[in-house]
Design a protein. Sequence first.
Length: 444
Amino acid sequence: MPDLHRFHGGVHPREGKSSTSGNAIQTAPLFEKYIVPLQQHIGAPSKVTVAKKDRVLRGQLLAEPGGFVSAAIHAPTSGVVSAVGDCLGPAGTKVPAVEITADGDDIAAEPLAPIAAWESTSPEDLKNRIAEAGIVGMGGAAFPTHVKLSPPPNKPIDVLILNGVECEPCLTADHRLMLEAPDRILTGARILARVLGVSQVYIGIEDNKPDAIELLTRKTEGTTITVASLSVRYPQGAEKQLIYALTGRKVPTGGLPMDVGCVVQNVGTAAAVAEAVTEGKPLYERVTTVTGAPLVRPGNWRLRVGTPLRTVLELCGGVKYDPAKIVFGGPMMGLSVYSLDIPVHKSTSGLLLLGPAEVAQFTSQPCIRCGRCVDACPMNLLPGTLSVEIENERFDLAEEDHAFDCIECGCCAYVCPSHRPLVQHLRRAKSEILAKRRAASRRS
Ligand code: SF4
Ligand code: SF4
């Protein structure tokens, strides 16, 4: 199926996928220590259910959801809880965490009961299972999946979209999963469609992954699932852009996909849903691309949640030379991290090492009003204007100019000839505005 609709803006960064796109997923061996963060999803932190010195088994509950918008967290292996404290998150802040010293036996806890007859199981029971298994969006956003599957009655859903776009340069984990676990992904798609009560399902894949398009098209022939081949353009994998590309529906300013009858789930999330339902397996591991020129052996790895980044690099043979930057995620939307003590999260799609030659040092210059950022912005914002407002601390103006619509895709900064830190400005504006709102609500 050709592209249906072309979203505004976007850019074409160097893809950088060839060093891992042909690498089959490898399963990491067991390690000695796992540090499992209790805040690795959008929403309330999870509440710990174990104590120091407790013995735990693989898949056992470590923390229960701290509210409806939260997620359960499970042990990645068997061992002893050696600490309940804090760990460093990718944003550089401390988050509560449970440290497990593995016993090396990897003994599984009593699994959740597999639901073999899911086609006749109620949508509510399937949704409860997805929540019980701690499934969150695995494309990077980490939004609890059961929440996305619970739209209010006045927001009817008629389209489910599986996101196999993987438009972030350098990442190939979703590509490999589509090639190596297509049936699991399709089972997950059918389960998600049953929960939502929809029959129209799209799988969006960019045309730089022709083998995945061909395989999934063949496997969905004669079904209500449509595999859509999309021309490569970043950030096509962002929800609002993907919905428009596939359906022509525009999510309104400040709105959500459910406002236009859509739910979007990553292909990795669909695979995790299938495992949770048909095997009773909680989400305690995921596929992550580990790549970059300084790395000895780039690859795609099935990693347990809680594996420290230091261990991940050792797994890949270490580095040929010191990286200038380590990015948690992809080069466009990932976070630059300064510690290898940070562990793998449920949402860690990639770990990217950049060498000195790949990290340009620029000094930000004044805006020359060239308009390139406006042309590139997929959300139709005025990034240059917003940036000046934010520099002048006019957060009120930035809010009026829809700063909250920014999806932090980085397209504006990518094209800016003045090398202005546009995304950082937008992030600052959002946090300042939210802090002011919180302060105002405490006063009232
Ligand atoms: S303003 Fe936000 S949404 Fe627009 S290009 Fe920049 S980062 Fe992307
Ligand atoms: S691309 Fe940079 S220099 Fe050009 S208008 Fe935008 S902020 Fe200004």
